[in-house]
Design a protein around this ligand. Sequence first.
Ligand SMILES: *Cc1c(COP(=O)(O)O)cnc(C)c1O
Length: 457
Amino acid sequence: MEHDIDTEARKRAGRRDEAVRAAVERGLLGPEAAVVGLLDVTGIRESAAALRAAFDAVTAPGTPVLHAFAVKAAPLVPVLRLLHEAGIGAEVASPGELALARAAGMPAARTVLDSPAKTPAELREALALGVAVNADNPQELARLDAAVRSAPGRSPLGIRINPQVGGGSIGATSTATRTSKFGVALRDEGAREWVVGAYLERPWLTRLHAHTGSQGIPPALLARGVAETYALAEEINARAGRRQIDTLDIGGGLPVNFDSEATAPTYARFARLLAREVPGLFDGRYGLVTEFGRSLLAKHGTLVARVEYTKSAGGRRIAVTHAGVQVATRTVYAPQAWPLRITAYDAKGCPKTGPDVVQDVAGPACFSGDLLAEGRALPPLEQGDYAAALDTGAYYFAHHYSYNSLPRPGVYGFAPDGAGGITFATAREPQTITDIVGEAGGAHTPALAALGAPEQP
Ligand SMILES: *Cc1c(COP(=O)(O)O)cnc(C)c1O
């Protein structure tokens, strides 16, 4: 088993090296396209299959299981279509994400809407479409009451709870702390009784949702969040005297290994952990929804940037590349929490080999902290080489930050062409300079200068 995992990781690294070389050869990457995102379509399909197999292995036959990909992890329509065809649904948290899922052809019945700030219009749209909704708080539940009264629909509806089981190593991605902004804080005084009462008064509430956190939360803590959710559903169903809650949405958040090539923990391991800790979850009495994001995509994305210059300053060796805060925002602003592996490729896109020297890999933005990696031992990067930031398929190059008006890079998927080579498809066009001017108010150039301007004599 471990051997298989090593083999899978080795193959993935091989595909990545091959893709970087081919991208340079075909000019997808080069002096005029100095940064790109590459997506390993084979790897994405493998992860989708692994997720489905992991839950199939522990779930009673016939149990409905929807794996809804958290769209925020990779908000690209072709990625959502690829996942849809691999049997994966969508978890959306904004009108934009819902529109992306719909553009990808994702059926409403395979879509779930969670967000802490849904407007009445968003709720109406979700209900009209039949998209599942998890209410975040009592005020939102009151809006659902009104919406359900005026137009009872097909949407499965539930409440999101915060099981308050605690946070992980990264505060910003810990959603189940005592004071988290998400869901109904279950251990607050009177909260549990309020939730039970809310279900007893509303026979149409049939789901219960919790998402215990993302990167930095150990799987055992995720499992405790699931266990708390399950226990509450059992309590509500016992009080209702019927199986009112028929589906548990257990959220996502499986952490990703950013330290090496290995996929760890695997979905199989996590599913077995859940089966051990919360056996009743899988006995067929509850349908299941999962909402994994990062763990489906991260390992399958590579950010590759050309080294424009190399320099030294005060004894510090620096490679200035085209990938920085605009494509690796979290890593640049919180480098301790989000370190990335970096590999070096030569000007033809072939892996460089040692001897390693300690160097910084900087981005193009105009502030000192714009660093992809600091003090990293790598083969010496030279002008015209490429630096790749690995495991960046989720929450990186698809999450552009328009600092310095740097353009969004092109994103290309790759797969074997069946003849020993590699083939690419565009997932997102690179942003043009014309686009940048347009998005910066270019159509309104005189608007402010004309506003309240003194009359010309
Ligand atoms: C972000 C989020 C997810 C996905 O988290 P990952 O760590 O990417 O798996 C799932 N559900 C909700 C409600 C989220 O906010």
